[in-house]
Design a protein around this ligand. Structure first.
Ligand code: SF4
Ligand code: FES
Length: 380
């Protein structure tokens, strides 16, 4: 951490809206853009059930409203039902973020019965063969189609999440149509973010400007066609934007992230930043972490900001963008996000776009590099 910049005052801190509970890094899929860190936690170092239940209680006491059970694949945890039941007892709205391939009608009925409120199901493509290739899981897409029906039969609202990139973006209209066909109440179109394993595959995944313009048009058309029936979440990726997004809703403002081993983070990629020692929920309460931990207060608010953010009228809109992207691109986590056209480093985004256009013009995308961490567990 840069010791020269001041730590802002921590008075009047709002509680987080949401707890992102990364229950495990284990996953049956092997998506080449996985957001998990390069060094993943093994099952033996995961938090035990009792600690997760305590964390849920502390979250509710702190004022958290929603818990997102995520991973990896959260159904790899055999105690997921117990956690869902406890979240409901604590008054937390619960969302399961899943690949779906380990679920079935019985496990979904059990989850609904335990009090689960919502399921977010990820898809790798609208084309089965391509989806299975990207996810590295045979017949995974067909399984997801069945599971999405079972989710609705269990009475659970469904968000269909499609991660898009150079190798599937041309099929975005088919993805939007599939989301509608599956009865999703929300469709989320998420461009790959280039941290962790995705950075390894950036040349193979980053779309060209022409692809992006077509995708923007497809989303605009679908929003018009589906207005009032299905919400479509879509954000133009940073590489093609003039202003950054408010990553995580601002550092330590809306979301608290717990890793499988129990580290509390202001964002899922915060461990990529040097000089931080993030606290563990094994030894520190969630409330104390949120209010007082130096890693959380470091970039909260606006006092840490350099120019041009410090005097910019957008500073409480985007909160200076993404700290992890700023570090990944400039080597300085306290720099203005290069996604902003006012950043002195904005040329780096243009360079990356030019490089991806050149790769696209040169022919087929480079081969994807996969990694592997498996689980076979099911929710019972
Ligand atoms: Fe956001 Fe900073 Fe750019 Fe202003 S200068 S738009 S606050 S990133
Ligand atoms: Fe860490 Fe954006 S991913 S602040």
């Amino acid at each position: 951490m840069n010791a020269l910049l001041p730590i802002p005052p921590v008075a009047a801190i709002e509680p987080p809206l949401a707890l992102l509970a990364e229950l495990t890094h284990r996953c049956p899929l092997q998506c080449p853009y996985c957001a998990n860190p390069l060094e993943m936690e093994r099952a033996a170092s995961e938090l035990d059930t009792a600690t997760w239940l305590r964390v849920l209680e502390e979250a509710a006491a702190l004022g958290v409203l929603q818990v997102h059970f995520s991973g990896g694949e959260p159904t790899a945890r055999r105690d997921l039902l117990e956690m869902v039941r406890h979240a409901a007892a604590c008054g937390l709205y619960s969302n399961l973020i899943t690949s779906g391939v380990t679920l079935d009608a019985a496990s979904l009925a059990a989850l609904a019965d335990a009090g689960l409120d919502h399921v977010q199901l990820s898809f790798q493509d609208a084309d089965a063969a391509q989806a299975d290739r990207i996810g590295g899981y045979r017949n995974g897409h067909a399984r997801k189609l069945v599971v999405s029906q079972q989710i609705r039969e269990a009475g659970l609202p469904l968000t269909a999440n499609f991660v898009v990139h150079r190798q599937n973006l041309d099929r975005l209209p088919e993805m939007l149509a599939l989301g509608e066909e599956l009865g999703a109440s929300r469709i989320e179109i998420a461009h790959v973010q280039y941290y962790g394993w995705a950075l390894v595959n950036r040349a193979a995944l980053m779309p060209s400007r022409a692809q992006l313009e077509q995708a923007n048009a497809a989303v605009a058309q679908a929003r018009a066609d589906l207005r009032g029936r299905i919400t479509i979440d879509y954000v133009v990726p940073d590489y093609y934007a003039a202003r950054p997004k408010a990553c995580m809703g601002g550092w330590a403002r809306r979301i608290i992230n717990i890793t499988p081993a129990g580290l509390a983070l202001p964002c899922h990629a915060a461990e990529t930043l040097p000089g931080f020692q993030f606290p563990s929920v094994r030894t520190t309460s969630l409330g104390a972490i949120w209010r007082d931990d130096p890693g959380f207060t470091r970039f909260r608010g606006t006092a840490w900001m350099p120019e041009p953010c410090r005097s910019c009228e957008q500073r409480e809109v985007d909160w200076g963008g993404c700290r992890c992207q700023a570090f990944a691109m400039t080597g300085d986590a306290a720099a203005t996000d290069p996604a902003c056209a006012m950043s002195p480093d904005h040329f780096m985004m243009a360079d990356a776009v030019a490089a991806s256009d050149a790769v696209a013009a040169a022919g087929p995308a480079p081969d994807l590099v996969y990694r592997r961490i498996r689980t076979a567990a099911l929710v019972k």
